[in-house]
Design a protein around this ligand. Structure first.
Ligand code: DGT
Ligand code: CA
Ligand code: CA
Ligand code: ZN
Length: 597
């Protein structure tokens, strides 16, 4: 693990453990923020670890944190981190992730009932002693039981944003192996699903032995599960990828990777077969059968009733080299992998032109150091400009999000003055003054209408009361959508994949209201959120709702999450026209002003 990663892990743990010991929220936040800041640095902090001044010059690193970095560089440890580890049981961090359990409750479970891990939590639920805690009724406990089950069942699939960079690195590595002609990943990852069970890689090669050898000796490889003629499987360690921070203790520590060596003439058939989905493949095979053909991972062949597979008998394939050839031979146009889910994709005349990352020209949801971001206003604008966006909206948190440094009206007005000054010296990009206003539990917004009307763009998002019952959640979101000054409903359910279910509103009502009140529904591109999820996007698209794809940037690297938002959009059959981020500057600004004229 790199010097930076070592620090990120320690500061992240310290923030959580400090929270459990009831430390001052500002100290908790300083450590969490340091972790995020360091995680996003592109330079090695080890180079300047002895230079306190240089460290403090980095936004997000204060004096206390700088000292700890120095201590770690010198001794390889941080005293306070070790003290906390001795004080707080390791399993308690996992308990902290159970939806519905905040730090205060977890601290009580620990101090009063001796709970040290998930098993301990199950024990106090089973013997009923948990009911003795303040504000812990039968209904809350029922929710806890469901939450634990959810965590335990869903902890093992990898987030898209963790799996994709690993798969890309493997493909790149295999491409560089002597004899390899083609390499690609297939499976759920190619379809852009929000979580991934395992990674499927296909290659063609003139030197299968060499490819197998290279594959089974990859760095990070912990176990070879199979090393056969056409298929090899390994397990890769996820250590150092730092996903544990996101997935918690129960997250997968390893990922399985399958490599398949396929004949050049079968490349398209294999790619199609192993990209799935299984349900899509079944539909394709049915279609082939009706035409007197048979489809497998080697190609599309005439059906001749023989038991032995056609490729083994030297039967000539009708198609197999490319996916396009096979779809065409079946009388179909090529289907983008993201919609191969047997959700009607084979029944339409022509699948629509789906949105692409290159279509996105504006970002409408981003944070600066004014709230909980790590970029200054200038850095944010420079980053957006580097992505060739015509518009960047500054949308820091509102006052109720005290933990995230939310802005009250006075601070936001001061920020607007700063934005206006920056506009004077900035060319090539429009900077919008906006906010991410909290949707409070009852659906009211954290600023009054008069103040919202002063802003260029309003993203309204739920952050608290996320385990609210569905009826209340629906009413709450509807109320926010009906507010005439809201442009975008940000991460509508507030879910965190594998960690928190979030709100469960009646999505059809939300979508209908969004259409009626001309509000865009956000696909939050962060791979922890991807909220709206694919199925919601599909429903929104069918209803003609506007969609925003935003990165909710807190750090420069967050802009790179755009691809995951776009994949989710594609899974929901999203076309560019419905996505406000693809619009020209004139069209986008006209729409924004239509609500704030
Ligand atoms: P995952 O790994 O659980 O996220 O999902 P997939 O879709 O990557 O599934 P995986 O890795 O089990 O298999 C990769 C693809 O191979 C799958 O999408 C479709 C194809 N496939 C696997 N098993 C079968 C099968 O029994 N029948 C058919 N038709 N296709 C299969
Ligand atoms: Ca897979
Ligand atoms: Ca697989
Ligand atoms: Zn945000």
């Amino acid at each position: 693990m790199s010097f930076n990663d070592e620090l990120v892990r320690r500061f992240e743990q310290m923030a959580q453990m400090l929270e459990l010991t009831g430390a001052n929220p500002f100290r908790v936040n300083a450590h969490a923020r340091a972790a995020r800041t360091i995680d996003d640095l592109t330079s090695d902090l080890g180079e300047i670890a002895g230079d306190a001044k240089a460290l403090i010059a980095i936004p997000g690193i204060g004096k206390g944190i700088a000292e700890k970095i120095g201590e770690f560089a010198e001794t390889g440890k941080i005293g306070e981190h070790l003290d906390l580890l001795a004080e707080v049981p390791a399993g308690l961090l996992r308990v902290l992730e159970v939806p519905g359990l905040g730090p205060k409750k977890v601290a009580l479970l620990w101090k009063d009932l001796g709970v040290e891990d998930i098993d301990g939590l199950k024990r106090v639920i089973a013997d009923g002693s948990i009911l003795g805690l303040p504000r812990m009724g039968a209904k809350t406990v029922e929710n806890l039981i469901a939450s634990i089950a959810f965590m335990e069942s869903s902890g093992q699939r990898l987030h898209l944003g963790i799996a994709a960079p690993i798969a890309e690195a493997i493909v790149e590595r295999m491409e560089s192996v002597k004899g390899v002609k083609r390499a690609a990943y297939a499976g759920s990852l190619r379809r852009g699903r929000e979580t991934i069970g395992d990674i499927d890689v296909l290659i063609t090669t003139g030197d299968p032995d060499g490819a197998r050898e290279a594959f089974t000796t990859m760095p990070g490889m912990t176990e070879v599960l199979a090393k056969g003629e056409s298929k090899s499987s390994v397990r890769l360690s996820l250590e150092g990828i730092d996903h544990a921070r996101w997935g918690g203790d129960g997250a997968a520590a390893q990922v399985q990777v399958d490599l398949r060596i396929v004949p050049e003439a079968s490349w398209g058939a294999a790619l199609m077969y192993f990209s799935g989905s299984k349900e899509h493949n079944v539909r394709l095979r049915e279609r082939a059968q009706k035409q007197g053909l048979t489809l497998n991972e080697y190609g599309l062949y005439p059906e001749d009733g023989e038991d032995e597979p056609p490729q083994k008998r030297g039967v000539k394939a009708k198609a197999g080299k490319t996916e396009e050839d096979i779809y065409a031979a079946l009388g179909l146009a090529w289907v983008p992998p993201e919609i191969r889910e047997d959700r009607g994709e084979l029944d339409v005349e022509q699948t629509p032109r789906l949105i692409e990352a290159g279509d996105i020209r504006a970002e409408l949801h981003a944070h600066t150091t004014a709230s909980d971001g790590s970029m200054s206003l200038e850095e944010l604008v420079a980053e957006a400009k580097a992505r060739k966006f015509h518009t960047i909206a500054v949308t820091d948190h509102s006052k109720s999000s005290a933990q995230a440094g939310g802005l009250d009206e006075t601070r936001l007005r001061a920020q607007r003055a700063q934005i206006e000054a920056l506009r004077e010296t900035t060319t090539g990009i429009e900077i919008l003054c906006g906010c991410e206003v909290d949707i409070l539990g009852d659906g009211s917004l954290d600023y009054d209408d008069g103040f919202l009307a002063e802003l260029d763009v309003v993203v309204a998002s739920p952050h608290v009361a996320l385990s609210q019952e569905p009826k209340k959640a629906t009413a709450r979101l509807l109320k926010a959508i009906e507010n005439p000054y809201v442009h975008v409903l940000g991460h509508p359910t507030g879910r965190l994949i594998n960690r928190r279910k979030g709100l469960e509103p009646a999505m059809d009502e939300i979508i209908a209201a969004a259409v009626e009140h001309d509000v865009a529904l956000e696909i939050n591109a962060h791979w922890m959120r991807l909220d709206l999820r694919d199925t919601h996007v599909r429903a929104a698209v069918e209803a003609g709702a506007k969609i925003a794809i935003d990165c909710d940037d807190h750090a420069p690297g967050d802009f790179d999450n755009l691809v995951y938002g776009v994949l989710t959009g594609r899974r929901g059959w999203l076309t560019p026209e419905l996505c406000v981020n693809t619009w020209t500057k004139a069209k986008l600004h006209k729409w924004l002003r239509s609500k704030h004229g």
